[in-house]
Design a protein around this ligand. Structure first.
Ligand SMILES: [Zn+2]
Length: 798
């Protein structure tokens, strides 16, 4: 525990370094071959990297000419944590048989021998908390099918032939992606170069560095490299936990360090690559991954099944996700994948033919089999989709999520056009502490669940198909998804214009209240949507950079990127009218899908499309200074809020609030007079209205016990969605309503992501029973919590 505290105090911890020297060398493709060991809570195996020397160097002359430049050491802090010994097995850990046990051959390089001043070229990969045991150069000349690519047979020298073959492989046109993938697999299994020493490597806290004796330029560096490694239990990329049925599972959880503790990779978003992954897991487990295909398991070694996934669209390594658990598929009678293989029409993957059948359409991204180019894909309103859940949530997944998905997908298609990806899996994961688990949205009526699905679907466009070139501009994915969530959801509900508008104003008001609360209670630095301002997107000569505040422990709890980003889009929509604004979205997506963007790419194109905006003083500079580069609440929002307060749906809530306050002040007083009190006719409210009602009531200094009781029975509060329950718990804590402490406890355990704020509330009143409740809940969930989140809460309650 003490040593963890030390790490927390590291001043370097707030910013996340991206060390990979992507300007010198780029990973074009990864082949992962991994096994999930549940007993040891370890994922281990190998990853093969297919590399290409950086194109950036061509600016200065020949390809690879500047390669002698030493890799910039961004982090000057050389604390004791930087020294690690990659080959020392941890105590009580058994090295698995598939891991090479021979660690000789120059592989054991201690930091003393690893001078930064080396003349040799260093391949730097982002990596932490991995036990790397060996790094090898592969001899791809042993792959006969690959050699056929080298039609000219011009390379006598094997070294050059190998490089040239990999170059041809990574440059294959997207039309031949199937052959290309087959060759990648064959190459990934090829032997190491005959008589060669393993490559030298060194790990420090944030990176894995690889060198080859005598190689001083990227162009001479091996192009196919295999790394043997295992994850560590302390690694932050995956979460080992129990599902809601108390069975083991493991999944990537949107960690601030992304995937670098799952596999060594190039994290800077510009390093877009494709991947293939084979993952072995025990037979009773299901492996889900963010691949484009739907994998069917094949028998592997005894007791294991293997699952193969791939993507053909180059994407940042951070978008890779995996979830392994004993999930069941909703809507399937016999949840046995091998039995159920055929039948369903969508199981047959829509094959994207690459003849550009729409001659008017031209993609601007690098070559990959793009769905925007295929008319069959363009007209597909609902893509193949599945829902997985642990058994206890299967019914809910079946009743609520499964029927909603096609509606949400259709809505998204009608707003934005072609789905960028060929399929969608939704998994009901346990509620994590810093991420809202899908399980949290399964209670109550379908509103929260539907909105959440719409949000996730919107990420296919904003977040995945179009990513942020600078990770500090998180609003590009979260602000857009929050804005589009409302748009999609009104489509699903088939609301009339007026009704839809009223609902959106109510949501805007709720978000305004949330934002305003957050802005008052957070560091100013964290309130800025474009923290790098005019330097956004800039990287060092090697391609390395630092993501500001990415590791700030408060950050996972903040929603400013979601909320302020959403309001900026709402503000812009107000300027041009929503219909035109959404038409513009379609055009924007057509132009920028498959690429990374900065805020200005979107804003400039918008301003160019609607020149009238600048005549109203809405310029790029004004948007930066009002919305993106400064903390606090933008001016426009202060004025709009009063308008949203006048909406009829909000007025109705106010009327109900008045009734409750009156009730509490008169007949509600004292439990004895309760029954004699006047019968109040409370009106039915939507879940969003209910949230607002409870928020207004939270502002009341006094509420009688009978009022709280009647509130609960009138709205059946403990059965409502997580947003409603959250406010109900706050009320119970504020007024020490002990009868509802059970609800508070359940909420803190099952809706961890939303509950963290309540811990503070429970402590602040210095009530012994409340404090005991907080400590009890934390002790129950502590083992499943991420370390940083746990520290934040411990700080509150210790
Ligand atoms: Zn395209």
């Amino acid at each position: 525990m003490e040593s963890n505290r030390d790490l927390d105090l590291d001043p370097n911890k707030d910013d996340l370094p991206l060390r990979a020297n992507t300007n010198h060398m780029l990973v074009r493709h990864y082949v992962l071959d991994l096994t999930v060991h549940f007993q040891r809570k370890v994922i281990g195996g190998s990853i093969v990297l297919f590399l290409e020397p950086g194109v950036v160097s061509s600016k200065h002359g020949e390809l690879g000419d500047i390669s002698n430049t030493p890799v910039q050491n961004l982090s000057q802090v050389s604390s004791k944590h930087d020294v690690s010994s990659p080959i020392t097995p941890e105590p009580n850990k058994v090295i698995p048989p598939e891991e090479p046990s021979c660690l000789c051959g120059g592989n054991d390089v201690r930091s003393v021998l690893w001078g930064d001043e080396s003349e040799e070229f260093t391949l730097v990969l982002d990596c932490c908390d991995l036990t790397v045991s060996k790094v090898e150069e592969l001899d791809v000349t042993t792959v006969p099918d690959l050699k056929k690519l080298d039609v000219d047979q011009q390379h006598a020298n094997t070294d050059h032939q190998s490089s040239s073959l990999v170059q041809r492989l990574v440059s294959m046109p997207s039309l031949s992606w199937r052959l290309q993938h087959e060759l990648y697999i064959q190459c990934s299994r090829s032997p190491t170069v005959h008589n060669a020493q393993p490559l030298r490597f060194h790990t420090d806290r944030w990176s894995l560095q690889i060198r080859k004796d005598g190689v001083c330029a990227p162009r001479d560096f091996p192009r196919a490299v295999r790394i043997w490694y295992e994850t560590k239990l302390t690694g932050g990329s995956v979460r080992w936990t129990k599902d809601q049925d108390s069975r083991c599972c493991v999944y990537t959880m949107g960690s601030p360090i992304n995937n670098r503790a799952l596999f060594p990779c190039q994290e800077p978003p510009v390093a877009m690559s494709t991947w293939q992954a084979r993952v072995r897991a025990p037979c009773d487990y299901t492996v889900l991954m963010s691949g484009e295909n739907q994998a069917f398991p094949k028998p592997a070694e005894t007791g294991f099944l293997q699952w193969d996934y791939y993507v053909t669209m180059p994407m940042p390594a951070s978008t890779f996700t995996i979830a392994v658990g004993q999930w069941l598929e909703a809507g399937v009678k016999h949840p046995n994948f091998e039995v159920e293989k055929t039948d369903k029409p969508y199981k047959k993957e829509l094959s994207v033919s690459l003849d550009n059948d729409d001659q008017q359409y031209v993609c601007s991204h690098m070559d990959y089999p793009c769905r925007f180019m295929a008319s069959a894909a363009r007209t597909q309103t609902v893509i193949p989709h599945r829902v997985f859940a642990p058994p206890c949530h299967l019914q809910k997944a079946n009743d609520m999520v499964l029927p909603l998905l096609p509606l949400c997908l259709t809505a998204a298609h009608s707003v934005l056009g072609v789905h960028p990806f060929s399929r969608l899996d939704v998994l009901i994961v346990p509620s994590g502490f810093s991420s809202l688990g899908m399980a949290s949205v399964l209670t109550g009526v379908r509103n929260l669940c539907g909105a959440r699905l719409c949000h996730e679907i919107a990420h296919s466009w904003f977040g995945l198909a179009i990513g942020a070139r600078d990770w500090t501009e998180e609003w590009i994915s979260e602000g857009f998804a929050t804005y589009l969530e409302d748009v999609f959801w009104s489509h699903v509900q088939k609301l009339g214009c007026r009704e839809a508008e009223e609902q959106r104003q109510l949501k805007a008001l709720l978000r305004w209240r949330r934002l305003s609360d957050e802005l008052q209670n957070s560091e100013e630095e964290l309130q800025v949507l474009r923290p790098n301002k005019e330097n956004t997107g800039e990287v060092s000569e090697s391609g390395a950079s630092v993501v500001k505040h990415a590791l700030n422990p408060e950050k996972p709890f903040m929603q400013v990127h979601y909320l302020k980003g959403y309001f900026l889009l709402k503000f812009l929509a107000d300027q041009v009218g929503e219909e035109k604004f959404l038409d513009f979205f379609k055009v924007f997506v057509g132009k920028f899908h498959g690429q990374l963007i900065l805020s200005q790419d979107f804003l400039q194109m918008l301003l160019d499309t609607f020149p009238g905006m600048s005549s109203r003083s809405i310029t790029l500079e004004a948007i930066f200074s009002d919305w993106l580069d400064t903390p606090e609440m933008p001016e426009w929002l202060r004025d709009s809020c009063s308008e949203w307060l006048r909406t009829p749906v909000v007025q109705k809530v106010k009327e109900e609030v008045a009734k409750w306050i009156h009730f509490s002040g008169s007949a509600g007083k004292g439990s004895k007079r309760k029954r004699a009190g006047p019968k109040v006719n409370f009106k039915e409210l939507s879940p969003e209205q209910l949230v607002l009602l409870l928020e207004f009531l939270l502002e009341e200094p006094m509420l009688s016990l009978s009022t709280l009781r009647l509130l609960q029975t009138t709205y059946n509060l403990q059965a409502q969605d997580a947003e409603v329950k959250h406010r109900w718990c706050e009320l119970a804590v504020k007024h020490k309503h002990t009868a509802a402490y059970r609800d508070v406890e359940q909420f803190l355990i099952h809706d961890q992501a939303m509950g963290w704020y309540l811990y503070g509330e429970l402590m602040v009143q210095e009530d012994a029973r409340q404090q005991a409740l907080a400590r009890r809940c934390l002790s129950i969930i502590k083992d499943d919590m991420e370390q940083s989140a746990c520290s934040v809460v411990e700080e509150m309650i210790l």
